[in-house]
Unconditional design. Structure first.
Length: 67
């Protein structure tokens, strides 16, 4: 016997009603998993995709003249 997928917290359903509800929920879950597609990975901002991985450059403004 498998573990129950849900519990009834109020009311007194018959065995036939629980079996029907279980069948409907199983069918909905199967339909949802069949149509699910893997999400596209967003690789924006990864260090390997940056053009200039050296962000800090202490010599970048060495030739600036201040007035």
């Amino acid at each position: 016997m498998t573990a129950p997928t849900f519990t009834v917290v109020k009311g007194n359903p018959t065995d036939d009603e629980i079996a029907a509800l279980t069948a409907v929920l199983a069918e909905l879950q199967a339909a949802a998993s069949a149509t699910a597609e893997p999400a596209e990975r967003n690789l924006w901002g990864r260090p390997s995709s940056l053009r200039h991985p050296d962000v800090f450059n202490p010599g970048a403004f060495a030739n600036v003249t201040y007035f």
